[in-house]
Design a binder for this molecule. Structure first.
Ligand SMILES: [Mn+2]
Length: 458
């Protein structure tokens, strides 16, 4: 029997309303995935009713310790656990499955089925934004992409078409669509159907629905983002933005975009009914968001109904009447914490390649793939002379040029075709770029993809 929660009504983890649904099914055993480590209370309730609970999670262990009423807790964040603590919740669940298979002496064929499930683990790993600076996650993603690209499941046949999927496709194409239905409708059923159904017609139908919800999500997101940007006028050290137009399912994405754009922490707040407001925040580069909320909660008890999360992202709930005081006091606290710190957003690079801008370097870097969260595509920074600059592309806003004697392309270099060029013929500039391969008529050539051009320091 499948039991799916409601993103807003049930909330995150083993909440009261989720427990009620579980009681309705009257199972002997509950195994959590990606949740449960902070849900001692509900686990105790289930356990008192004779239901065993096994927790599998990857979130930080709460100060009160692991839930004691659980019959087992599998979470690599535990001090006694020496396993890679960077894996996502789906990775923990999958590892438990492999351990059980091993214990039950699974056949080679059964193990194969389990191994093939790494496509799902890869999707979850990328979509949960855990770091690829972990051999385990890199293995999950590398293998998972391999399986996806074999296109055995209808979902990959339909979502990927002829395409060979990479980390970017998981993060920007498939992940957002899979998440769209729960963001927009609260329910994830269609996403699950899309991923696991073996009936191509049903998968196509589910995919179309997800795609449509995703487009809806994009348009609402753009609207909220534009509105929020209007309100951020001065150079502030933190944004706490509440509007009746905000959307609980989408605000995490908007917070992320604002935090990136302004380089400062951002919390978005939205109504979720019954005079309750839910918030979703992203930390930017200079703050530990969950710690900041914990400090706030200590200093101003009784305002936050709940909060949780990590360094980079966190969520919270409060009563509508407390929104203003929270905005005021939290901004004050962050301002104090960041005082004296240089909070100019920075871009870190891998330095200059100097004389090593060549195909050999490109192929060496290729071997380090997959790139993604916490392990980005190497970004280099060199001073070079730009020549043979010309506008390319149907939209006439990309630039092609030679940098020293290397072919280079700068996508979206111009806002409009008439915008001034960021570089003049024969000028010496500093380019932030990645290495890329251009295959044309059977010829493999190196190409620099320019991300940013700045004037050299005098
Ligand atoms: Mn997670």
């Amino acid at each position: 029997m499948r039991l799916t929660g409601h993103r807003v009504k049930d909330g995150y983890g083993l909440t009261e309303s989720v427990s009620e649904k579980i009681f309705g099914l009257n199972p002997n055993l509950v195994i959590t995935a990606d949740a449960g480590i902070s849900d001692e209370q509900m686990i105790e309730k289930l356990s008192d009713a004779g239901i065993d609970v096994i927790v599998t999670d990857h979130h930080l262990i709460p100060v009160e310790g692991i839930p004691k009423a659980a019959v087992a807790v599998i979470d690599p964040q535990q001090e006694i656990c020496s396993y890679d603590s960077k894996i996502a919740g789906c990775g923990v669940a999958w590892l438990l499955m492999t351990a059980v298979a091993q214990k039950l002496c699974a056949t080679q064929e059964q193990k194969q089925v389990l191994h093939q499930m790494l496509d799902y683990v890869a999707l979850g790993t990328v979509a949960d934004l855990v770091s690829l600076d972990s051999v385990t996650n890199r293995y999950f993603v590398k293998k998972g992409l391999e399986f996806m690209n074999q296109k055995r499941r209808p979902c990959w046949q339909i979502a990927l078409n002829e395409k060979i999927a990479g980390v970017g496709d998981l993060g920007f194409q498939i992940g957002p669509r899979v998440n769209a239905s729960s963001r927009m409708t609260g329910r994830a059923d269609t996403a699950i159907d899309f991923l696991i159904s073996e009936d191509p017609d049903q998968v196509t139908c589910s995919y179309e629905f997800l795609d449509q919800q995703n487009r809806k999500r994009q348009s609402i997101e753009n609207k909220i983002l534009t509105e929020a940007q209007k309100s951020v006028t001065r150079k502030e050290s933190v944004i706490v933005y509440y509007s009746a137009e905000n959307h609980a399912g989408i605000q995490g994405i908007v917070a992320g975009k604002l935090a990136e754009e302004y380089g400062i922490p951002c919390i978005m707040l939205a109504d979720v009914g019954n005079d309750i407001v839910a918030g979703s925040g992203r930390a930017g580069q200079f703050l530990h968001l969950k710690d900041a909320l914990a400090t706030f909660n200590e200093k101003h008890p009784g305002i936050l109904m709940s909060y949780g999360g990590h360094k980079a992202a966190a969520g919270l709930k409060l009563h509508k009447n407390h929104v203003e005081i929270f905005q005021h006091k939290f901004c004050e606290l962050v301002r104090q914490q960041l005082k004296g710190q240089d909070i100019t957003p920075y871009k870190s690079t891998d330095g200059a390649l100097n004389g090593f801008i060549n195909l050999e370097t490109y192929f060496q870097i290729e071997k380090l793939k997959p790139f993604g969260m916490g392990f980005p595509t190497p970004l280099f920074y060199d001073e070079m002379i730009a020549t043979r600059i010309r506008v390319i592309g149907r939209t006439r806003n990309h630039l092609s040029m030679m940098l020293d004697n290397h072919k280079a392309v700068f996508f979206n270099a111009l806002e409009t075709p008439d915008s001034p060029w960021p570089v003049n013929e024969g000028e010496s500039i500093c380019a932030l770029y990645t290495l890329n391969l251009n295959e044309w008529m059977g010829q493999k050539n190196l190409q620099l993809i320019i991300r940013e051009i700045t004037k050299p320091e005098q």
